[in-house]
Design a binder for this molecule. Sequence first.
Ligand code: GLC
Length: 396
Amino acid sequence: MNNKLGMFIHWGIYSIYGIHEQVLARYDLPKNEYEASVKEFNPTEFDAESIVLLAKNAGMKYICFTAKHHDGFCMWDTKYTDYNIMNTPYNRDILRMLADACDKHGIALSIYYSNPDWHHPSAYNHLSSHQWKSDPDTSNPAAYREFVKNQLRELCSNYGKLYTFFWDIPPRYEDRSFNELIRSLQPGILINNRGYDEGDFATPERTVPEGSRFKTLTEACQSVGSQSWGYRTNEDYYSARYLMSSIDKIMAMGGSYLLNIGPMPSGLVDSRSEGLIRRVGSWYNKVSHSLKDTEEDTFGYEIYGDDKFIAIKKGGKTYLHFYEGMKIAAISFTKWPGIPVKAVLLNSGEKLKVAYERLPELFWFRQEKSDDHVLRIRDIPVDDYPDEPIVIELTW
Ligand code: GLC
């Protein structure tokens, strides 16, 4: 999991409501009414390949799909509950279609699986959150654990190689046999930290952590919409600027990033979400090589002004990620390791001018050091990229 961008997909019968993936609980709907939507779910316009290609063209390397969300509805052909996609008018295994399209286009597949299950009568877990209110009476942890393991066997045996497993809502007790089962069926899989043990990687959600480097394996997740992960008709979308900035910062810190969309009940992706994925991709494809397989550049660069950046390096090059863009159309290093042979703006691919010069603003401040010179990279066309993180490649 070294610096990969992936697509998160939240999709289920909740998309019919166009409100939120947890609409059942959060809007207190009558459960029988909600569950009757199974008879309406018919995403005839779903085209797994077009979604996989949307991800691929944006530079994404994997797709993480909600096989089962908190409502308990299963988007694959499972033997262990009737509450699944095969009992909708659509009657096709969506996970299978996605797995095949991923395989065809060289995109890895990951599975999201919710521990809370508002349909299964035994699922109530008093230690955890997001539980269905009326289920304490029928709670049967042993029966539910067996059910989950049976479903894990299906998910980990029938859909080819899985890249990661994304548990959601930690059960808050340890039982290492769950991840052991997953690992026995999917050697090499990476498992997140929201399951029955600590797993392999951390999952900061909807946040951009402080700092310059993650200490542990990390995959951040964020949705294109600020209110919901599932399809929402009236969504308050994030700006492309914000999404690109958070992707750049998190990946420069060594993390991976899952960017989520929620397909509509028809199976299509709404145009705003699609537009955001394309916009993010058009920037990401220009800079992605500067985010992969890098390490922290610990030199301790200092620059004039307060533009924020993270320095990372690989193979004799340093990449400066100005994840919030730049206020000043130049970088004036007041502390630098040497003169680079080349400086390139990755946003455009153009070579930038490098000079060792005097900087008037620094005259009095640097006088005591008897040097008011700086290493200056100038004429950076920052206004050509008003919403993009700016990335500079220095070759030493
Ligand atoms: C939160 C939401 C949940 C969503 C998840 C994705 O836990 O409550 O609905 O699936 O984030 O990480």
